[in-house]
Write a protein that binds this ligand. Structure first.
Ligand code: ATP
Ligand code: MG
Length: 365
């Protein structure tokens, strides 16, 4: 087990700067997920920790030891990649044992560790098979088994599940979470899938263009994004963004949509810094739109006229694509909320949960 400390890490590939000063501390036993769009530097950061990339400047410590000049094999880490890179002509057992044999671990000890990992991963019955005789999920388990038997102090995963179909991915996600509970080794996991990030992480580190945009517990990032980028990256379907103006009316503040609809900001949500009339983006998550009935709405919930264009029931929820003025929005409604297509409707919008963004700086107000 080990903590990880990264100070002012920079990485250039020729003239391309992939990492622009990363400062990060990861606690012993923590499960941290690096997430962000393609090309933001996730793999580069992970590979730098592993020692597979030479860093341009900065310092990386693992378990209190500066590893800048240590070779990958001396850093006491185990890595699982997207392509599992199993040896095709070796059995599952020999694949898992391979790294231990290379380190001249005694055969009796190897057997003990392979059997232990195989039973933890539910692949004991597969130990004599060749990789080509396995399903994708089973191969993934073998790759993880190979990492477990190393008993490394740090686990690194780079998009390990992206080759699997959706159902298997959900299943393996659960397995990885269980594995972390069982062995409680520090884990760093790279993905561009925000659902994977939300469900696995103790802490999400959201990267953007070589920098940390925001980090925190999953729900913290989801509910309190500091920028429009973070608000837009997390959540599926994505947050709806409506162009609007923020206007003061006496002591009250009102968000005025382009359609002219006025939405009062609840007392707790008022903004102190903004000049009256300034342009804002009103961020509303799909689950904070509901169908408004005739009854009085709770405090902070406002009516917004709209029109449904596409209605998609899934059995558990109904996703509605609708229009508010010229803006397309998505609403996540109850399973039996099935509005008529092309008929006017009214959304009940929960302004207590809205996010207001300054469009010129992308900062959340
Ligand atoms: N070997 C390389 N030579 C030159 N540029 C590179 C190299 N590897 C990565 N880059 C660049 O560094 C930046 C970060 O790449 P990186 O692979 O870390 O992104 P990523 O966040 O892992 O993306 P993805 O989700 O697509 O895997 C990108 O702009 C990429 O083009
Ligand atoms: Mg990558």
């Amino acid at each position: 087990m080990a903590d990880v400390k990264i100070e002012n890490l920079q990485k250039y590939y020729g003239s391309v700067q992939a990492l622009k000063g990363i400062d990060l501390q990861i606690g012993d036993g923590e499960f941290v997920v690096f997430v962000g769009p393609s090309g933001c530097g996730k793999s580069t950061l992970l590979r730098s920790i592993a020692g597979l990339e030479d860093i341009s400047s900065g310092e990386i410590s693992i378990g209190g030891r500066v590893v800048n000049d240590l070779r990958p094999r001396d850093r006491d880490i185990a890595m699982v990649f997207q392509n599992y890179a199993l040896y095709p002509f070796l059995s599952v057992y020999d694949n898992i044992a391979f790294g231990l044999r290379a380190r001249k671990v005694a055969e009796a000890e190897i057997r003990k560790r392979v059997d232990g990992a195989a039973s933890m991963l539910g692949i004991t019955a597969l130990l004599d098979r060749l990789p080509r005789q396995l399903s994708g999920g089973q191969r993934q388990r073998v790759a993880i088994g190979r990492a477990i038997v190393r008993q490394a102090q740090l686990f690194l995963f780079d998009e390990p599940l992206s080759n699997l179909d959706a159902k298997l991915r959900d299943e393996m996600r659960g397995e990885i979470k269980r594995l972390h509970k069982e062995i409680s080794t520090t884990m760093i996991y790279v993905t561009h899938d925000q659902v994977e990030a939300m469900t696995l992480a103790d802490r999400i580190v959201l990267l953007r263009d070589g920098r940390i945009e925001q980090q925190g517990a999953p729900l913290d990032l989801f509910e309190r994004p500091r920028t429009g980028f973070v608000a837009g990256f997390l959540g599926s379907p994505s947050i709806n963004l409506l162009r609007a103006r923020l206007v003061s009316r006496g002591l009250e503040q009102v968000v005025v949509l382009e359609t002219g609809v006025q939405l009062e900001l609840p007392a707790g949500r008022r903004i102190s810094s903004t000049a009256a009339g300034s342009a804002v983006l009103l961020g509303l998550r799909p689950q904070h739109l509901a169908l408004a009935g005739p009854a009085l709405l709770p405090p902070g919930v406002e009516r917004v006229p709209s029109k449904a264009e596409i209605v998609q029931p899934t059995g558990t929820r109904t996703y509605v694509t609708a229009r508010i003025g010229d803006t397309e929005v998505t609403a996540e409604l109850g399973a039996h909320d099935l509005p008529e297509v092309n008929e006017p409707l009214e959304f009940a919008v929960d302004m207590n949960r809205c996010v207001l963004i300054d469009p010129s700086t992308d900062q959340v107000l």
